[in-house]
Design a protein around this ligand. Structure first.
Ligand code: ASP
Ligand code: MG
Length: 450
């Protein structure tokens, strides 16, 4: 059971976590937690301030101390346990202060140092959650993930090494679980074989849950978050949005790529590959059934399943009349994007032109300059990609016609269909994106009963 930042964001929320775990004690859970909401951002912000020798690190330490003291005070009433935990919080925050001073004085912030700093949120949270559970009568025990989840030394985005991780996770956690203890581990953080702290990248505690779950003989992984699951569309835009009871891994991947933010499916791959179903559940609405992510979808082929969209996209059009019958042109275009390390999302070509989309505007001026010798370049900014996600699209007659009819007078600048069987994407002006999404949802999701 993995609980995200908002699920452990306050004393009340942590009490809720303990209840969810208590309900499932007979299933012998292992618990993985994120940092309290907002703490990782603060830790990183402090590191940047220290590096730039600007004021504000003191205030950040104060705030981090206060948030955790407050959680402890709201959760642990037994005097001795509370004092011990408060002292532990102080010790970690003091360590943080010393790190900030070090960064400031040295004027250096290596990825390795940044990992040591950003790991502190989960070091704090898992201890507090474990102590709170004990206080509430659960047989919980804090277990550090460092020394169990073993990674390479790609600080900031370390990759787990499966053999040592599996061996250590089993060796350490199985005996605890077998004796009825609930281990409570920090997500996101890990260590190298030498014991140096690493992190798995932002949002990495889902990844931790999948790595730890895949190393154990678990029946299921539950990702407890603050939404009801994966929805047909963003509910802030379409109030008729529905929770999808089940999605395939491929569908979840497409949705995440094109804008849905529930979880990054790459992070649960280790579990899905082992055939472990991953559930998304809501700590704020714990009786809702949630979404189950499985290896393959049971949904009928050819159906649209969800809509995702992404704004702030730029479309780049390169036309070159002499490209007619030429070869090597596309390769030269791609080489330029490669050189600028800028990923391309959608591509469309005609006999004499190529258009593509990027969502990272940073390198655009430089890319434009490099493209200029290849032909006439124009850039449309402020565009959006809208994606209809499902499966079996390529064999489905009439899908595109339905889509264009639903869009009516909204101008489509570019379309990508057929590259994958699970996605039909198009580009519109971003001011039209919400409208396009609503019209598609009405056509594909509100007409017949699910
Ligand atoms: N606390 C980390 C972050 O905010 C990891 C996580 O929450 O998954 O990125
Ligand atoms: Mg988080």
């Amino acid at each position: 059971m993995k609980f995200g930042g908002t699920s452990v964001g306050s004393a009340d929320r942590i009490r809720g976590v303990a209840e969810r775990v208590r309900e499932r004690l007979a299933l012998r859970p292992v618990v993985v937690v994120s940092a309290l909401s907002g703490i990782t951002d603060l830790l990183i912000k402090g590191a940047r301030l220290a590096y730039e020798r600007r004021a504000g690190t003191e205030a950040i330490c104060q705030e981090i101390r206060a948030r955790h003291h407050e959680a402890v005070a709201g959760l642990v009433t037994a005097r001795a346990a509370r004092d011990r935990l408060t002292a532990h919080v102080d010790q970690i925050v003091n360590e943080l202060q010393a790190f900030y001073v070090g960064v400031h004085n040295l004027g250096e912030l290596s990825p390795r140092s940044l990992d040591a700093i950003s790991a502190m949120g989960e070091r704090l949270s898992h201890e507090i959650v474990a102590a709170a559970m004990v206080e509430l009568g659960l047989p919980a025990q804090a277990v550090d993930a460092r020394g169990l989840v073993i990674t390479d030394d790609a600080f900031g985005r370390a990759m787990p090494l499966s053999a040592p991780t599996e061996a250590r996770v089993r060796e350490r956690l199985l005996p605890l679980v077998q004796q009825g203890t609930v281990p409570v581990l920090p997500g996101y953080i890990a260590s190298t074989r030498e014991g140096i702290t690493t992190t798995l990248g932002r949002g990495g505690s889902d990844y931790s849950a999948a790595i730890i779950g895949a190393a154990l003989p678990v029946e299921a992984i539950q990702i407890w978050t603050d939404v009801d699951g994966i929805l047909t569309v963003d509910p802030r835009i379409v109030k008729q949005a529905r929770v999808l009871p089940e999605v395939s891994f491929a569908e979840a991947a497409e949705l995440a790529y094109f804008g849905a933010k529930v979880l990054h499916p790459a992070t649960i791959k280790p579990a899905v590959e082992k055939g472990i179903a991953v559930g998304i559940l809501n700590t704020l609405n714990p009786t809702a059934p949630g979404t189950l992510i499985t290896e393959r979808s049971a949904a009928p082929s050819g159906n649209a399943r969800a809509i995702a969209f992404k704004k702030a996209i730029s479309v780049i059009l390169i036309s070159q009349p002499r490209m007619l019958m030429a070869y090597g042109f596309v390769a030269r275009v791609f080489e330029i994007f490669d050189r600028h390390r800028t990923p391309i999302d959608l591509i469309a070509t005609s006999e004499v032109s190529i258009s593509l989309t990027v969502d990272d505007p940073e390198r655009l001026p430089a890319i434009e300059a490099d493209l200029a010798p290849l032909g006439e370049v124009s850039i449309l900014r402020g565009m959006a990609i809208v994606s209809l996600v499902g499966q079996g699209f390529v064999r489905q007659a009439g899908l595109a016609a339905r889509m264009f009819t639903a869009l009516g007078d909204i101008n489509v600048v570019m379309i990508s269909f057929g590259a994958s069987d699970v996605n039909l994407s198009f580009v519109v002006k971003q001011d039209h994106a919400e409208d396009a999404v609503r019209r598609l949802h009405a056509e594909f999701f509100e007409k017949e009963p699910a």
